[in-house]
Design a protein around this ligand. Structure first.
Ligand code: AHR
Length: 335
């Protein structure tokens, strides 16, 4: 009997000690770097996303979710700003209050970030910018940036136009822009502007923003088509607006693509965009790569080791011509 009591007593003692030790080590991990964000051993990443305006954006969000999963040692706090900068600023302030370990920002526009970024810096939280860039006089306000070279993407598109549609004959162009003030819109628009100045036979007869959404792309294109019986080229700053524009053209019986009257240039080259190219509906599609999660994680791993990652890094991108694209290109597409 005494032996039994001793065994039970010892077991209770051992269990109590083990729980205490586990709790202590958990607290030690949580307080590494002085953070009290309640995530234990997980690294907390606050991600302020622009919204869910396009297939590209959904793929970008998914890339972050997959990368910063609990199984990979992270806790992701995702905030969708519904395309509003004010919501992004509020999200960053909330991340600061929650004492996240890292902040990732996909900025909706380029301007207006200095104050809130200074607040994150003062709180000692590294801030990584993804996708679009910001316009700041102080590059020390962010740790790193990973994204696309939008201007280069636009230049690739206009070079295709020069080569395939010619620069000596008149081209009437409709230009559907993305969200005004975003790097994606600014870079793609600048490239077209520069090409216009070199090719006097090219004329932009209509230009408006479709805010990177399919619904707005359709609405704007329907208006343009009613005013312009002839459009030779649609320079469309993303796939979703191109899908909306195609719907508007279908409804009015206007033809487009490889065999049609209006040639379509688009950006993103998402799976749906490549499908449209394979079907001959989009003539040329310039890739914008949304799979940025692994690149951000690589930066975080460097930072954790006290290393200095590259300040600016570009994702890999290519482009697709409807007359060259293959089924294999589409099958390889991950987004
Ligand atoms: O910033 C990337 C752009 O934003 C993509 O081209 C577009 O589809 C997205 O919404």
């Amino acid at each position: 009997m005494i032996k039994k009591i001793l065994v039970v007593g010892m077991s209770i003692l051992a269990f109590t000690f083990a729980s205490y030790a586990a709790r202590e080590s958990h607290c030690a991990d949580a307080s590494k770097g002085g953070k009290q964000n309640g995530a234990g051993a997980l690294t907390v990443v606050g991600f302020s996303q622009v919204g869910s305006e396009s297939d590209w954006r959904l793929a970008n969000t998914q890339s972050m979710k997959t990368t910063f999963s609990e199984k990979n040692g992270y806790k992701l706090i995702l905030k969708d700003a519904q395309q509003k900068q004010s919501k992004q600023i509020a999200a960053i302030r909330d991340f600061i209050t929650q004492q996240v370990d890292y902040i990732v920002l996909a900025p909706v526009t380029e301007a207006g970030w200095d104050n809130v970024l200074q607040e994150a810096k003062d709180a000692g939280i590294p801030l990584i910018i993804v996708d679009r860039m910001i316009n700041t006089s102080n590059n020390e306000l962010f740790t790193c940036w990973v994204g696309s070279d939008f201007r280069r993407g636009g230049e690739v598109a206009v070079r295709w136009m020069e080569k395939n549609l010619g620069n000596d004959k008149e081209l009437l162009i409709a230009h559907l822009q993305g969200s005004m003030g975003s790097s994606a819109q600014i870079g793609r628009t600048e490239a077209l502007e520069e090409a216009m100045s070199k090719n006097p036979a090219w004329k932009v007869v209509a230009r408006d923003s479709g805010d990177f959404t399919q619904a707005k792309g359709k609405e704007v294109m329907a208006r343009i088509l009613k005013q312009h019986p002839r459009i030779d080229v649609l320079y469309c700053e993303n796939d979703n607006m191109a899908f909306g524009a195609m719907e508007a053209m279908d409804e009015l019986g206007r033809t487009y693509g490889v065999k049609g009257d209006t040639k379509i240039i688009s950006f993103d080259a998402t799976r749906a965009g490549l499908t449209a190219a394979l079907e001959g509906k989009i003539n040329y599609n310039v890739e914008c790569n949304p799979l940025q999660g692994p690149r951000v994680e690589e930066i975080i791993r460097h930072l954790k080791k006290g290393e200095r990652p590259e300040k600016l890094s570009y994702v890999d991108e290519t482009s697709f011509d409807a007359t060259v694209i293959t089924r294999d290109d589409l099958d390889k597409r991950k987004y």
